[in-house]
Write a protein that binds this ligand. Structure first.
Ligand code: GRF
Length: 219
């Protein structure tokens, strides 16, 4: 039997995407295990959810680390030590170091509540507010690979929702969140099945596993 896909989930707040991952694992739709939940915020709901599920947690704050550089170095070490297949940024409000991004190249995901490349940057409800202010008729979420450029890595999946005339940033965010909770576990399952092919900026989800590794990089 092959090893289940090992995940580290990074979260800073509510942790509803973390919960969606845990629920998908529990219901058998996601063949993975969360080895670590790492936060940069003490006492956040994401850490509570992880503890409740019996998952090891780690909280690395800037203050306790004595500054941003050492915080990022400690996060890097914790992630490397966790020895996971995939790192998932699920509402993590810190930009990781280049060393970390490089170490997990093609093995680190982020979810963003807009149809990238529109309305990149910022945490909810900023992308949703920007979308409303711009007047778009459709919005949604994007799951993408993490690169050094913020919210600009190769796109793995997007899901759309209509923008309604009476939407506020909060109502739009709630409608997008429903799609986030389906899209993120689905993408992780593609990695678990070894079906993700990455060719430059283009990604392809193959009908069959490409080989026994997390993702295949071509070209
Ligand atoms: C989500 O909207 C996600 O797209 C964004 O931050 C939010 C996190 O929500 N990156 P939660 O903590 O998973 O509930």
């Amino acid at each position: 039997m092959t090893r289940r896909l090992g995940l580290a989930v990074l979260a800073s707040g509510r942790g509803s995407n973390l919960q969606a991952i845990l629920d998908s694992i529990d219901s058998g739709r996601l063949d993975a295990q969360v080895a670590l939940v790492l936060s940069n915020t003490p006492r956040c709901l994401a850490l509570d959810r992880a503890s409740e599920a019996g998952i090891p947690t780690c909280c690395i704050t800037r203050k306790a680390s004595g500054g941003r550089a050492s915080q990022l170095a400690r996060i890097h070490d914790a992630l490397v030590e966790a020895d996971v297949d995939l790192v998932v940024n699920a509402g993590f409000n810190l930009i990781l170091s280049s060393a970390t991004v490089e170490h997990f190249r093609n093995r680190m995901l982020n979810i963003h509540p807009s149809l990238l490349p529109a309305f990149a940057g910022g945490m909810a409800p900023k992308p949703q507010r920007d979308a409303l202010e711009h007047g778009v008729k459709v919005s949604g979420c994007t799951v993408h690979l993490v690169t050094d450029e913020l919210d600009a890595g190769p796109i793995l999946a997007q899901a759309t929702v209509p923008v309604l005339d009476d939407d506020t940033p909060d109502t739009l965010a709630s409608r997008i969140l429903v799609e986030e909770h389906k899209t993120l576990p689905k993408v992780i399952q593609w990695f678990a099945e070894g079906r993700v092919l990455i060719q430059g900026r283009r990604t392809y989800i193959l009908p069959e596993p490409v080989q026994q590794q997390t993702a295949r990089v071509a070209g």
